[in-house]
Design a protein around this ligand. Structure first.
Ligand SMILES: O=C(O)CCC(=O)C(=O)O
Length: 368
């Protein structure tokens, strides 16, 4: 009997994973626009001293909009990379969609760890002052920061879906007391972005309310790490006052890992492209960190055999070993490594494949 159930599950998994097969045949990375990894090793990204008022505003609101923060040359590179990612698909980008939260399958292109496969995005990470800005907002610019993730996303009608990125950060933390101040997201539009064009909405002050909710009540901080309690909170939490910024290429919205946010869900034509960098301090990679305790566990991109290069140390300086690997060029994983990575979480991948098919057939209307 058990053998029959096992065989049935394998056939079901194979059928569900079959739509992914063409993705393994795509090119590995983006070869049209190349640049070299910054030298020397180790490398410290440029400085950008934030006024104390900006730091105070970020602490108070959980979101800070910086205008024109990317140097012109890097803004141009970001735009070029964005066109490359929209115009062509790679194995890395297409498969990374199946290793992250399924709420983004309505996006026409989703690329996790995109800086590994496009040099111009790597340049935005290493050559911009964003790491220094993150270090000041995370309270101490002497502390070690890792770029725990970077994501490129684009699409037309993008679904509205309130959430915070807390559970994605919890995978990289051993703390269980909701360390909102340990991680932040830097979100950058690649063209003008505003509410009517899938612009982002942020709930002002929601980072503090999130922490208070889970630490000051009987159920305790630990419950914030469970998907169910987390999304119950998100759905019941007030969605005001709203910050709905009009932004353009070169600007950045910086928000706490605990800040509630969403795309507006309003679409008046054209696609919207955005790139984001996530920085965290006190990063741990061990199994058994808060997020991997059964609460939320995405497969993630495969891991480089020599170093944690998918989440590189950027501040106060890079690491020689990681620089050495990046200096060799794009970091790509063979199809067999991707297959093994996806096979490590077959139920997750089967579920996310089904969601992806459903979204492709029926669209994704998101929340009202
Ligand atoms: O860029 C977007 O449309 C959504 C980004 C977002 O909500 C996230 O990455 O958590």
């Amino acid at each position: 009997m058990l053998r029959w159930i096992g065989a049935g599950c394998s056939i079901l998994a194979a059928v569900l994973l079959a739509p992914l097969v063409p993705l393994f045949l795509l090119p590995a990375s983006y070869l049209d626009h190349r640049s070299v990894h910054p030298r020397p090793s180790t490398w410290t990204p440029p400085s950008y001293r934030l006024p104390v008022e900006d730091i105070a505003a970020y602490d108070r609101d959980g979101v800070l909009i910086l205008r024109n923060v990317l140097p012109k040359e890097l803004a141009e590179k970001l735009d070029i990379a964005g066109h490359d990612l929209v115009n062509s698909a790679t194995m890395h980008c297409e498969l990374s969609k199946f290793t992250g939260p399924p709420i983004f399958h309505g996006y026409q292109r989703y690329c996790g760890r995109a800086q590994l496969v496009h040099d111009f995005l790597r340049d935005v990470l290493y050559l911009s002052p964003l790491a220094h800005i993150a270090a000041q907002l995370l309270k101490d610019d002497g502390e070690v920061l890792r770029n725990i993730a970077d994501v490129f996303m684009s699409g037309g009608q993008l679904p509205k879906r309130w959430h915070s990125d807390f559970l994605a950060f919890s995978k990289f933390s051993s703390a269980r007391d909701i360390p909102c101040d340990d991680g932040l997201i830097i979100w950058m539009p690649l063209e003008e972005s505003f509410a009517e064009k899938n612009g982002m909405l942020y709930v002002n002050g929601s980072h503090r309310r999130f922490k208070n909710h889970f630490t000051q009540r009987a159920w305790g901080a630990q419950s914030a790490y469970g998907v169910k309690a987390f999304f119950e909170y998100v759905s019941a939490a007030p969605k005001e006052p709203l910050v709905s910024p009009r932004m353009q290429l070169g600007d950045a919205a910086i928000f706490s890992q605990c800040t509630l946010h969403t795309t507006s869900g309003i679409h008046k034509g054209g696609i919207r492209r955005a790139y984001q960098l996530r920085f965290a301090k006190n990063v741990v990679f061990e199994e058994g960190s808060a997020g991997s305790g059964g609460s939320v566990s995405f497969p993630g991109v495969p891991q480089h055999p020599e170093a944690r290069i998918e989440s590189p140390q950027i501040w106060p300086q890079t690491l020689e070993l990681e620089d050495r690997i990046r200096a060799r060029g794009h970091v790509t994983y063979p199809a067999t490594t991707w297959m093994a990575q996806l096979a490590s979480k077959p139920l997750f991948v089967a579920a996310t494949t089904m969601i992806s098919l459903k979204v492709a057939l029926l669209g994704d209307t998101g929340e009202a």
